[in-house]
Design a protein around this ligand. Sequence first.
Ligand SMILES: Cc1cc2nc3c(=O)[nH]c(=O)nc-3n(C[C@H](O)[C@H](O)[C@H](O)COP(=O)(O)OP(=O)(O)OC[C@H]3O[C@@H](n4cnc5c(N)ncnc54)[C@H](O)[C@@H]3O)c2cc1C
Ligand code: SF4
Length: 320
Amino acid sequence: MNSFQYVSPHTVDNAVSLVTDHGRFLAGGIDVLGEMKECIASPKLLVNVKDLPATRDITAGSASWTIGANVTISKIQDHAELKRVFPGLQQAAAEVGSPQIRNVATVGGNLAQHSRCWYYRHRDIQCLKRGGNTCYAREGENKYHSLFTGNPCISPVVSNLAIALAALDAKVIVRRGKDEAALTIPDFYAKAWDNPEAHHSLGPTDLILRVQIPDDGRTSAYKQISEKASFDWALVSCAAAAKVDGSKLSKVRVVLGAVAPVPYQVQAAHEFLEGKELNDNVATRASQIILKDAVPLEANGYKVPIAQALIRRTLKQLVG
Ligand SMILES: Cc1cc2nc3c(=O)[nH]c(=O)nc-3n(C[C@H](O)[C@H](O)[C@H](O)COP(=O)(O)OP(=O)(O)OC[C@H]3O[C@@H](n4cnc5c(N)ncnc54)[C@H](O)[C@@H]3O)c2cc1C
Ligand code: SF4
């Protein structure tokens, strides 16, 4: 273990000024401490963000809800009113890891977590994402990897919350320099689409403060398929949100997880679904539009039919 310093600031200004390029923010620690134990990361300083004010509450407003960066995933899972208003977000939270992980892991940490690619997580492998010059998964073991990417790295985004929040058109409020920036979920991950070394679009001193979710009368749903019934990552996940009138959909979003370095959505599918009565044919056609540009690798082609089935099932869950 490399030695490091630990600080626990009580203001956002202090947290941001302390972290610099050599430190890392520490929330629940599930991800960052794992990287340190595996010698994948060796920050000189850990800046505990859990004592920052106003970051642990879920607040319902008339037009939008606010969820603090340090709200735990179990708090989202157990919040009865949130479950009623944003069922897809509650379902996504309930599928994260295990109860022990959900009790500790935070919203900010879940969104900013790093790749789970097994080459990236191997202490002795310096792949593209860790500054090397080879993606070992492309010609190697790529069973869990992406169907879509804009760069040579094929490691997919694995945050459950990101997929549900993308469907809900949430914004992540980030302290960036002296200002606050409101990033859509596509903005939050855009850099990971283009840049093999990026996990998301945050710089080292960007601090997530809270997430804002519009309460616009849409309902939502989330489904995933994993190899194990519990305590397992999604092979593929799907979140959807829409205004539902009988079986007629409007303001639709459908988002896939674990198939791209970003929460994956296709505008043409949203346009196709707008104003349609949902039935088997419509759901199937939407799933075909979304998977149209998939580029399966040697071992992950099975994700295409799973994603199509999940899209159909998630859309059907929306209409009840
Ligand atoms: C066995 C196992 C199974 C798992 N299964 C799932 C799963 O099914 N679905 C899923 O979504 N996740 C899963 N996870 C991942 C887990 O949910 C994340 O590791 C966890 O949510 C990270 O949250 P944390 O608070 O512990 O973050 P930390 O480990 O403290 O931080 C994670 C990253 O976020 C940064 N960070 C933390 N807070 C902030 C902030 N406020 N602003 C900016 N950056 C910040 C840290 O610097 C670090 O880079 C699993 C993890 C394990 C170990
Ligand atoms: S998929 Fe990305 S993280 Fe995995 S080996 Fe390739 S470059 Fe590294």
